[in-house]
Write a protein that binds this ligand. Sequence first.
Ligand code: T4K
Length: 367
Amino acid sequence: MITVTKPWLPDRKKLDFYIDKIYSSGHITNDGPLLKLLEERLQKHLGVKNLILVNNGTTALQVAYEALELKGEIITTPFSFIATSSSIVWQGKKAVFADISSDTLNIDPHQIKKKINKNTSAIVPVHCFGNPVDVTAVKEISENHNLKTIYDASHAFGIKNSDGSSILNSGDISTLSFHATKLFHTIEGGAIITSDDELAQKIRIMIRCGISGKDSVQYLGTNAKMNEFSAAMGLCILEDIETILQKRKRIWELYVEGLKGIVTFQLWSSCYENNYAYVPVIFSSNDNLLSAEKALSLENIFPRRYFYPSLDTLDFLSTSQVCENSRDIASRIMCLPIYPGLSEQNVKRTIDIIHSSILEERQRSSA
Ligand code: T4K
């Protein structure tokens, strides 16, 4: 079975090296040595100042909102994984949707401006599929309106500008997801990144139920700590990251070459390299997408409809907010299988099936 992704599993001996350390120290969670080592290595690898590891990407967002003391309304994108918006509502704030640009698939800064009112406290853009948001435009808006910015950078591991600076240094906070399905993973996990040292210190306390030192509770907090086994997995995968990227790059290039003119690809921000985390392809219609999906499933190939449905259609998130571009894209987009163990032969097979299904669909609709 070919699925949209398969988690990278490192060499067992490498993993055992770290697991042996856990067994001999008996330190399995709460600020263990492997967690500290992984934080240091990730800070260096990603080029960021303060990176705080947490137990998943959803709590990373929740903690970010609380650390910045957000209130009222938060403007975000309707085209994302549910956690971007549900985390806002879960924390008792209102998610206000600003529509996306249909080519970049990112929140449109012009639409953000239209949604700002006296209750707005922050903007939560997503670097969708790793494609950097127009951070300059968002910075200008947030400075003009005194708003905080939290980038949901769950897909943007390792994305750097052509001058070498990390996209993860944008805004007040950036968050990452290290879920098993991600390019870099810790089984479950995530990170909160900020260049503000004081804020970083506050977050470190908040993720330990607000406890600072031994007996003093300084903030209202939660338990969002990462354990040592997850950190061990992360240390191994970080050592393999160049191999993972090269293998993904090759697959991504095959898809682009093979599907040129058949489907549309996301317009990628020109100053940034892709990290090949996803292969989103946009069909010309929902019918075309459905027939491709069906044809692929008959061959045991299972892409995923990331992201469907558009989040502005969910009653528990949104009250009468309609984002046309997001709804349209959500009905026509799917992510194709990409992971290091996927053979070129299977990528080519996937491309051929999509070609034939589109041809058949065209013939059907012209008959
Ligand atoms: N913000 C954004 C923009 C995000 O995309 C996400 C998460 C978050 C926030 C929240 O971060 P976390 O709290 O999740 O850390 C997946 C992931 O669960 C989720 O992390 C991710 N985004 C989202 C885009 O995708 P599903 O529902 O696609 O997962 P699942 O279990 O269907 O896996 C997809 C395929 O991967 C399966 O068909 C088979 C394969 N797989 C999966 C797992 C878990 C394996 O082969 N082995 C495995 O262990 O959500």
